[in-house]
Write a protein that binds this ligand. Structure first.
Ligand code: RET
Length: 277
């Protein structure tokens, strides 16, 4: 192993055929566009929610912009880190591709995703702050140990696995915490919406579970399949754990708002017109 490349990601070592390179470029670009565009959805849909649920929707918009910009960074890196030749896309010697922006970005987005959930569950403020603290500390521990580990995926798979194991411990705390939070949320949620809480847990577990799988992939080699699979897993996990997750919470809080007796302004205006004949 060349000591100058010891901390690089596996993306910097394989020659990619055009379809493989293009597929990742498209994924990153579409991921960027989808996240950025959905910030509009979250800002607009917040107007339909009872005031106490609006902050959650605004945080959804913040997550979209932060995640979108991070994906743009990954897309730009992907473009500049390879050089097209007749033999395929060659990793350049003077530019690198890095997944580290993702980990840095999760430091911002994961606490916001947690806050979105706690706000949607309408937990009392003290409980909300307590859970936000516990879950955020676990999340940061998970992300930063994973960030260290991913620097070793090329040079030392063993070191990567050790950090990955360490990172899994706070991840388990996070999974346990989300389970507990959703159980606690039942007491503050109308009965008809209880099935949503159980489904949310399994939804969370499945899509957050894709990230450790993506992290592990370099243990199976450094070829094009691993590289494309990893960017595919990361980017689809992003879309489902942030964008679609936000849409689900927006629908959930929309129903809650209605069950709380809240009428969006347009509907109230319609009723008023009705009474005016
Ligand atoms: C790492 C390192 C290996 C072990 C585990 C990991 C878990 C990562 C997760 C990331 C979730 C990210 C989200 C981002 C949204 O913006 C750090 C890959 C368990 C669960 C939801």
């Amino acid at each position: 192993i060349d000591s100058s490349s010891v901390h690089l990601n596996v993306e910097n070592f394989a020659v990619l055929p055009h379809p493989a390179w293009q597929l990742v470029a498209v994924l990153l670009m579409v991921g960027f566009g989808a996240h950025l565009a959905f910030s509009v959805f979250f800002l607009a849909s917040s107007t339909q929610l009872a005031p106490k649920y609006r902050l959650g929707s605004w945080l959804g918009a913040v997550v979209m912009i932060a995640a979108g910009l991070s994906l743009y960074r990954e897309y730009a890196d992907w473009q500049s880190a390879y050089l097209y030749t007749l033999g395929g896309w060659m990793p350049r010697q003077d530019e690198v591709f890095s997944n580290a922006y993702r980990y840095a970005n999760w430091t911002i987005t994961i606490p916001l995703l947690i806050a979105q959930l706690l706000l949607a569950l309408n937990l009392p403020r003290q409980r909300l702050h307590r859970w936000f603290g516990i879950l955020t500390v676990a999340a940061i521990g998970m992300i930063w140990t994973g960030l260290i580990g991913q620097f070793y995926e090329h040079a030392s798979v063993g070191t990567m696995l050790v950090w990955g194991f360490v990172s899994t411990l706070p991840f388990l705390v996070l999974v346990w915490g989300v389970w507990r939070v959703l159980r606690e949320g039942r007491q503050h949620t109308p009965d008809t919406l209880h099935p949503w809480l159980k489904n949310l847990f399994f939804y969370f577990l499945f899509f957050w579970g894709l990230y450790p799988i993506a992290y592990l992939l370099p243990a199976f080699g450094e070829g094009e399949v691993v590289i494309v699979m990893r960017q595919f897993l990361f980017t689809t996990a992003d879309i489902f754990s942030k964008l679609v997750y936000g849409v689900i919470l927006a629908r959930f809080t929309l129903r809650r708002s209605a069950l709380d007796g809240y009428e969006p302004a347009t509907q109230a205006l319609g009723d008023w017109r009705g009474t005016q004949g």
